[in-house]
Every structure is written in structure tokens, then in C-alpha cells.
Design a binder for this molecule. Structure first.
Ligand SMILES: NS(=O)(=O)c1ccc(CCCCO)cc1
Ligand SMILES: [Zn+2]
Length: 260
């Protein structure tokens, strides 16, 4: 199969041909149904802790199906559902061609216009992201919903203001100003759902402890337009839009909530 993507010929329904785990039992994303989540006090007794550091010259790139920032500084998380310390590797987003769609996780069947993923690997047990990526306890990903407001998100503005410089595939730039990814988190990180899942793109490894925050971050329509202006290839290629995998069955998994 040619490279995977989100089109009719290479989209999510076709991935199982090259990546059989797509039909696995702990796939992501899922539809989050809060009333079906089990409130687990163990999650609150051991609060999720975020220790992110400023990134001096953060690299922003267009790999062709999203926009990604690669992290070099020591930014770590622990607690909540996690055992050990997980180190931030990268963050990226998924978004729609219109505000009615774009997120990967859904909330009671509702899609948000976009979803931000902060990808961490288990640095206590593994020496690199590459080693951790296919281990059942290898990764932890923060899922943050984006919703539209009339004000731009200041933290994302440092990125959306320069997206035109990575408009084409394989372009990358360094963000001049020091950037601390903590600015991307919602105000309240104590309210989240967590479950055992997978990467939402090939290779779809079943290696992710998902932590999806209840509180969305707010972005402007202009910022959404900036994401939708990114291109899959070189000048004249199709825009990167609708780069989301639809939800998979929860199956026998337990969805836990850190709050009532
Ligand atoms: N949408 S996601 O957060 O699940 C995600 C994170 C990271 C990768 C990269 C896998 C690279 C394998 O070599 C792919 C998907
Ligand atoms: Zn993602």
C-alpha cells in the first residue's frame, strides 16, 4: 500500500491492510462517555504532575500530515495513572476542514474542531522514544480539545503566527523566542479521563496511556484557518485537513475519570 493518509484510498479504513493491529483490542481514539467512566480516587490521591521546561529554540516542522514540534529540553510528567516519569518528546495536532469536525476523541459523540497531542515516553523504563513506542507502558499522550472563541490562544499564537513558514512538507523552522509547552495546557489539569489505548496513526502501537483533559483550550477561527492552510506536499498540494482517525470501540476497557 502506498503511504497511509486520510484520503479515500489510503485512509483509516485501509490501514489494517498494512497494520493489522488496527483491528486490535486497545485502539485509539475512542468516544468518551463521561457517565460510563469510573471515578477512581487513586487518580486524585496521586495527582498528575507536570514539570515542563522552556525550550530554547523549539523546532516546528510539517511532516506532511500534521504540524509537529520536537522537544529537546527535559520536560516530564508523573502521577495520576502513570508509574514512573514520562518525558515529553513532541506535540502535534489533528484538525478538521470545518469547525464541526477535527478531533480524534469525541465527547458523547461530539467532535471538537481540533485536538492537541503532547506525546511522552516512559523515561524510567526506556532510554528513548524509539525503544518505548511499541511497549504496553511505553507512552503517555495528553489529549486536549480545542474549541473556538473570539480570542486567539496566546500560547498557540507563537506557532500559528509562523505556520506559513512551514506551509510545505518537510519544511521546518526554529521558534526564536524561548517556548514553554506548559502554556498549551488547560487551566485545570486535575479533571481528565484516562484509558489504555494506542497511537492514532500508523504504526498504531498499543503503547499509549491516554490522558484526555475535560477542559478544552480556546483558539480563534483565524488560528484554525492557519492550520488549514498547511499543505500535504509542495506548493499547490492539497491542504492538511481532516487528519483525524474516527473513534474505535472501547471493548472491555475501563475508562477512568479523575473527577466525579
Ligand atoms: N496521534 S498520536 O499522538 O497517537 C501519535 C504520536 C506519535 C506518533 C509517532 C509514531 C512514530 C513511530 O515510529 C504517532 C501518533
Ligand atoms: Zn496525534
Amino acid at each position: 500500500m502506498a503511504t497511509w493518509g486520510y484520503g479515500n484510498d489510503n485512509g483509516p479504513a485501509t490501514w489494517v491492510k498494512s497494520f493489522p493491529v488496527a483491528a486490535g483490542t486497545r485502539q485509539s481514539p475512542i468516544d468518551i462517555v463521561p457517565t460510563a467512566a469510573k471515578c477512581d480516587t487513586k487518580l486524585t490521591e496521586n495527582p498528575l504532575t507536570v514539570n515542563y521546561s522552556p525550550e530554547p529554540a523549539m523546532e516546528l516542522c510539517n511532516p506532511g500530515l500534521s504540524v509537529k514540534a520536537n522537544i529537546k529540553s527535559k520536560s516530564v510528567i508523573k502521577g495520576g495513572p502513570l508509574e514512573g516519569e514520562y518525558k515529553l518528546e513532541q506535540f502535534h495536532l489533528h484538525w478538521g476542514s470545518a469547525d464541526k469536525q477535527g478531533s480524534e476523541h469525541t465527547l458523547n459523540g461530539k467532535m471538537f474542531p481540533a485536538e492537541l497531542h503532547l506525546v511522552h515516553y516512559n523515561a524510567t523504563k526506556y532510554s528513548s522514544f524509539g525503544e518505548a513506542v511499541d511497549k504496553p507502558d511505553g507512552l503517555a499522550v495528553f489529549g486536549i480539545f480545542l474549541k473556538i472563541s473570539d480570542k486567539p490562544h496566546q500560547g498557540l499564537k507563537s506557532l500559528t503566527d509562523v505556520l506559513s513558514e512551514v506551509q510545505y512538507k518537510d519544511k521546518s523552522i526554529n521558534i526564536k523566542q524561548e517556548y514553554n509547552p506548559v502554556c498549551l495546557l488547560p487551566d485545570n489539569i486535575n479533571k481528565y479521563w484516562t484509558y489504555l489505548g494506542s497511537l492514532t496513526t500508523p504504526p498504531l502501537c498499543e503503547s499509549v496511556t491516554w490522558i484526555v483533559f475535560e477542559e478544552p483550550i480556546e483558539v480563534s477561527e483565524d488560528q484554525m484557518k492557519a492550520f488549514r492552510a498547511l499543505c500535504c506536499g509542495e506548493c499547490g498540494s492539497a491542504p492538511i485537513v481532516d487528519n483525524y482517525r474516527p473513534p474505535l470501540p472501547l471493548g472491555n476497557r475501563q475508562l477512568r475519570a479523575s473527577f466525579q
